[in-house]
Design a protein around this ligand. Structure first.
Ligand code: ZN
Length: 101
């Protein structure tokens, strides 16, 4: 059982404010967040990720190896376009995060 490293990931609830103003998708696997879902703020990379990805990245931090957890989804073509879009608005996200929190 992998535990999420709280030094790197802050647990938060995906409330209306986050979903409306910050992000609706996990920055790693692009899974859509549901309202009131437990999500994690990645302190190093200034992004929100889902619980699976937080587990996955914690494992990588622990073992210094690529995560091999089954539940980590492969990025799809859709995810690729989302990632391009995310990159372009990444700085806006960071600014928003500073304003909101
Ligand atoms: Zn994810």
């Amino acid at each position: 059982m992998i535990t999420i490293n709280r030094d790197y990931f802050l647990e938060e609830l995906a409330d209306k404010k986050i979903i409306k103003n910050v992000t609706t998708l996990c920055a790693k696997c692009y899974k859509e967040f549901k309202e009131e879902e437990v999500i994690f703020y990645d302190i190093e990379n200034l992004r929100y990720i889902c619980k699976n990805c937080a587990c996955c990245l914690s494992e990588e931090l622990e073992t210094k190896a690529e995560c091999t957890l089954q539940e980590c989804e492969e990025p799809s073509l859709f995810a690729f376009w989302v990632s391009l879009w995310n990159t372009s608005v990444c700085n806006i996200y960071k600014k928003l995060h500073i304003l909101l929190f």
